[in-house]
Design a protein around this ligand. Structure first.
Ligand SMILES: Cc1ncc(COP(=O)(O)O)c(C=O)c1O
Length: 437
C-alpha cells in the first residue's frame, strides 16, 4: 500500500489545470532529469492532504510506518533527522529544563539545546583503546547521572553511532522509565535496522531515523516515531521546524521505500549483512565484542585521510573517516560489482590497514555559560588556532561526524587546540567566538 504516492499519481494522471504551486506546474523544469519528480510535486489540495493536519493520505501512510517500527505514531519529516531531533526535544522537554545528553550527539542536538534553552548534563562514553574510538553508552552511567540529577526528565542519546556502534536501548529505556523520565534516541543511521529484525529501538519513547541515509529514499527524508503523545501535538511541534510547503516527492519516496521493503527489499539488507560480514572477517574492521549495525563497514586503517584519498583515487567514495577509521554505508543498492571492486581495492591497500596510532578521546571543555547564551551572544570570527582562552559562540565540530568537540558556551583551551592538531583538523579554519555575553 502506498496511499500518498497513489493519490499523487492519480492527480498527475488526470492532467489537471494546475493553477496552484509549484510554478513548474508539473510541466517544465530547466533540469530535465528532475521532470519525473515534478509530476508528483504538488501542494496541499483536497486529495493530497496536509502533513500538519489530521486526515488522509498522511494518516494511513504514517500509520503503516509506525506499525513497522512498533510505535504508536509516526511523523514524516522533510528536514532530515535534524528536524526530528528538534521536534522530539520540543515534544519531550519544556524550555529551560535540564536534559541528560550523550556528548557524542550530532550538532543538531546542540542547536536544539540553544533553541529550547536546555541545560545539558553530558553523558560521556567509554573510550575503547583497542579500537581507538568511543564505545556504547553505559547503562550504569545513565543510572548514576539520573540519581545525581533527579530533576532530569529527558535523556537523549545516539544509537547507532556513525561507525555503527549500537547501545542497549531496552536496558537504558528501563532505567530512564524507573526514574520517571523519557528516552529519545537519535537513530539517524539506523532506519533499516527494524527491517533486519534488530531490536534497535524498543524501549525508547521517541526515535528519529534518516530514511535518506540507509533506505532507498530521497535526500532529507526522515521519520520520527513517538509513543504516548497525541499525534496532533507531534504535528504542531514538527511544524515549528518544517517548511509549510513540505516536498511531496520526498514524502512519496517514504511511502515507496516502506512498500519496497515489505515487498522483499528486506531480503536485500540480509544479503548486504552477509557481504559486510565476509569483508569484516577478511580485513581489519570494527567488530569483535561490540554490538554493531550489521550493514555498516568500519575499516581500521593506519591513516584515515590518506587511506580515503587512495580509495577516492580508485573511484571508491566512503562516507567518512575519523583519523583511524574509514566508514562505508552499505545497502542493497550497492551493486555486487561495486562490492567486488571495493574488495580488490582493499586487497591492494591491505598494507595500509590495521590500527592507527591511538588517538586520544576528545577532552571535555570547561563550560562557562549556556549553549543558548553563547550562540546568540555578540561574536567575531577568528582562525581556530588564535582562539585559546575564548568562549565558543558556535560548535567546533569536524564534519562528518558533526559531533562538537567544543560546544557553544565552552572555552577553547590549549588542551582542545592540541586535540584538534592530533586529529588533523585544520586550525586555520575560522570559528566564531564570543566578544561579549
Ligand atoms: C547521528 C546523526 N544524527 C543526526 C544527523 C542529521 O541527519 P540529517 O542529515 O538527516 O538531518 C546526522 C547526520 O549525519 C547524524 O550523523
Amino acid at each position: 500500500m502506498t496511499p500518498l504516492y497513489d493519490v499523487l499519481k492519480e492527480y498527475a494522471q488526470k492532467k489537471p489545470a494546475r493553477f496552484h504551486m509549484p510554478g513548474h506546474k508539473g510541466a517544465f523544469l530547466p533540469v530535465p532529469e528532475l521532470m519525473g519528480a515534478a509530476m508528483l510535486d504538488v501542494t496541499e489540495l483536497p486529495p493530497t492532504g496536509n502533513l500538519y493536519e489530521a486526515g488522509e493520505p498522511f494518516d494511513t501512510a504514517q500509520r503503516l510506518w509506525a506499525q513497522r517500527f512498533g510505535f504508536e505514531a509516526c511523523q514524516f519529516l522533510t528536514g532530515g533527522s535534524t528536524m526530528g531531533i528538534h521536534t522530539a526535544l520540543a515534544l519531550l522537554c519544556k524550555p529551560g529544563e535540564s536534559v541528560l545528553i550523550d556528548r557524542n550527539c550530532h550538532r543538531a542536538a546542540f542547536n536544539a539545546l540553544a533553541l529550547l534553552d536546555l541545560e545539558p548534563v553530558y553523558l560521556q562514553r567509554p573510550w575503547l583503546q583497542k579500537f581507538g574510538m568511543i564505545g556504547p553508552i553505559d547503562p550504569e552511567n545513565v543510572e548514576k547521572k539520573l540519581k545525581e540529577n533527579p530533576n532530569i526528565k529527558t535523556v537523549c542519546i545516539t544509537s547507532p553511532t556513525y561507525s555503527g556502534v549500537l547501545s542497549d536501548i531496552s536496558t537504558i529505556g528501563r532505567i530512564v522509565h524507573e526514574h520517571g523520565g523519557k528516552l529519545f534516541v537519535d537513530g539517524a543511521h539506523g532506519a533499516h535496522l527494524p527491517f533486519l529484525g534488530e531490536d534497535a529501538f524498543a524501549g525508547a519513547d521517541a526515535v528519529v531515523v534518516s530514511a535518506h541515509k540507509t533506505l532507498p529514499a530521497l535526500g532529507q527524508t526522515a521519520l520520527l516515531f513517538v509513543n504516548g503523545i497525541d499525534p496532533d501535538m507531534i504535528r504542531l511541534r514538527a511544524s515549528l521546524y518544517g517548511t509549510s510547503s513540505p516536498s511531496y516527492p520526498l514524502m512519496a519516496s517514504l511511502d515507496g521505500a516502506r512498500q519496497w521493503l515489505e515487498d522483499g527489499g528486506e531480503d536485500g539488507y540480509r544479503k548486504t549483512t552477509l557481504r559486510v560480514a565476509a569483508l569484516r572477517k577478511k580485513y581489519p574492521c570494527l567488530e569483535e565484542g561490540l554490538r554493531l549495525d550489521p550493514t555498516r563497514l568500519t575499516l581500521c586503517v593506519k591513516d584515515g585521510p590518506t587511506f580515503t584519498k587512495m580509495m577516492e583515487q580508485r573511484n571508491i567514495y566512503p562516507e567518512m573517516e575519523d583519523g583511524g577509521h574509514v566508514v562505508l554505508i552499505c545497502t542493497p543498492q550497492d551493486l555486487e560489482e561495486n562490492f567486488d571492486r571495493l574488495e580488490e581495492v582493499l586487497e591492494e591497500l591491505r598494507p595500509d590497514m590495521g590500527s592507527c596510532p591511538p588517538l586520544p578521546p576528545p577532552p571535555m571543555p570547561k563550560r562557562v555559560c549556556s549553549v543558548r547564551k553563547a550562540l546568540f551572544a555578540e561574536s567575531e570570527r577568528l582562525p581556530l588556532r588564535q582562539c585559546e582562552g575564548r568562549i565558543a559562540a558556535c560548535q567546533v565540530a569536524p564534519y562528518p561526524p558533526g559531533v562538537p568537540v567544543v560546544a557553544p558556551g565552552e572555552v577553547i583551551s590549549k588542551k582542545e587546540l592540541a586535540y584538534f592538531g592530533q586529529i588533523g583538523y585544520n586550525t586555520e579554519l575560522e570559528v566564531r567566538v564570543v566578544t561579549s555575553l
